[in-house]
Design a protein. Sequence first.
Length: 113
Amino acid sequence: MSLYEQIAHRRQDVYPEPDQFKPERFMHQQFSPYEYFPFGGGSRSCIGMALSLFEMKLVLATVLCRYQLAIAPNTSVQPWRRGITIVPSKACPMMVKTQRHVHSAREKVISYQ
């Protein structure tokens, strides 16, 4: 599986300049499951997969708790069905509308008298 991933991730037709670090290429293209393997596959998948997926969920939850987001002005969003979920049909630019006040555990002290 490892050799196949290396070959797939270096295809010139899918990844122009495959040896260059260009993270923006992932913003403009949807890759098929046969073109991109972020964690490998099968019984030899990445040992850090569970941790990195957990970290992504934690970061997303933190951002959503601390900020109120809104769709950027002059942006139209069309629903698109992906499996059993509905997602935006293309990139959906967001902006921070307001920052929420997050109470810390220290602020929630109850005094008993």
